[in-house]
Design a protein around this ligand. Structure first.
Ligand SMILES: NC(=O)c1ccc[n+]([C@@H]2O[C@H](COP(=O)([O-])OP(=O)(O)OC[C@H]3O[C@@H](n4cnc5c(N)ncnc54)[C@H](OP(=O)(O)O)[C@@H]3O)[C@@H](O)[C@H]2O)c1
Length: 311
């Protein structure tokens, strides 16, 4: 009977994408002792992973000879491009592809069909959490596809994240992730609104958020966004463009399933307005800056040491 450890050692892993998320996720596999060959369009971003034992490929097609290939890029268009190039290798095919980017149900179904033609198993496995959450060992996967593929992938998923939920067949994981990120956008906008309201009425942001974080409304998310809101540190964890993509995915799905989503629609346009103002290269938490501007408030860092609940 093979143990989990043996299984991990037997199977080789290919990893596509060393962006903010992919770098940390692949890093956990390499640090955990998995045999990882990584490819990133900008090779230099993948190279530091060699210090954990990962090998770096020059071309994505080299990953075709790996047993399992993970993919973590940006949009469906990008996923399609890299997987098409992966499948161009005439000599090899991976046994399984695990796709983790946040993409549409339709894109995911097209990918399943592309891979199915080559008898490659496919698991849709998007995630919740940013790069710091990955480092803190608190990322979560939501997975769908054949249950057998999920069981085979599980030892690897567990090296990256403590939690991997299986939600059923086909592309179901995609709608779960889309719903999750619509909530992320709406909650962030709402948190910006109430934080500004409290501040304009005279409550310092750190005091307001300390109370909120300890109340029943506080969450892992509100805690880890608190340093950004208090000290205006908007170093990017997730870009406004990627969040707008996810709001659009949510609104497209809402049209398909005929579900009214007034809060999501308003939030999507507020994110669009923020991008239009040129606030697109910092973290999406700059929704707070936009709310301040709309409220006639000039924000200053409070320079107060506040925890993020992660480190
Ligand atoms: N950041 C978060 O908090 C977070 C959380 C959960 C899920 N997500 C989702 O995870 C995915 C990655 O997000 P991220 O924040 O890691 O983004 P990111 O830092 O912008 O990284 C994007 C990665 O995709 C690669 N890429 C993009 N287009 C490509 C193409 N056409 N061909 C080849 N490679 C391409 C980039 O390569 P280069 O390095 O060459 O540009 C980079 O490795 C997105 O779908 C996002 O919505 C993000």
């Amino acid at each position: 009977m093979p143990t989990e450890k043996n299984k991990k050692q037997k199977l080789s892993v290919g990893w596509i994408g060393a962006g903010r998320m992919g770098y940390e996720m692949a890093g956990r596999l390499a640090k955990g002792g998995a045999d990882v060959l990584i490819w990133n369009r900008t090779r230099a971003k993948a190279e530091p992973l060699s210090k954990y034992g990962a090998k770096v490929a020059d071309d994505v097609s080299e990953l075709a000879a790996r047993d399992i290939v993970f993919c973590m890029v940006a949009t469906w268009k990008d996923v399609k491009e890299v997987i098409t190039n992966l499948l161009k290798n005439p000599r090899a095919r991976p046994k399984m592809v695990i796709e983790c980017s946040s993409i549409s149900l339709e894109g995911s179904a097209e990918l399943r069909a592309m891979l199915g033609k080559h008898k490659i198993q496919y698991l849709a496995a998007p995630v919740s959490g940013n790069a710091k959450v990955i480092k803190a060992g608190r990322l979560s996967f939501v997975c769908s596809g054949p249950e057998k593929a999920f069981s085979e992938a599980l030892p690897f998923l567990k090296m990256i994240a403590p939690s991997a939920s299986y939600v059923g067949d086909g592309e179901l994981a995609r709608i779960v992730k889309i719903c999750h990120n619509v909530f992320l956008g709406v909650v962030t906008q709402s948190l910006a609104e109430i934080t500004l309201l409290a501040q304009k009425a005279g409550v310092p942001r750190h005091a307001f958020l300390e109370f909120m974080n300890q109340s029943v409304m506080g969450s892992t998310f509100s805690r880890y966004k608190t340093p950004a809101f208090v000290n205006l540190d908007f170093k990017v964890t997730f870009t406004p463009h990627l969040l707008r993509k996810d709001m659009d995915l949510g609104l497209d799905a809402a049209r398909t399933f005929e579900v009214p989503m007034p809060l999501a629609s308003a939030t999507r346009d507020l994110i669009q307005a923020m991008i239009g103002r040129g606030w697109s290269e910092q973290d999406f938490a700059t929704l707070l800056l936009q709310q301040a501007q709309a409220s006639g408030v000039t924000l200053k860092s409070e320079n107060v040491e506040v925890g993020d609940g992660l480190s």
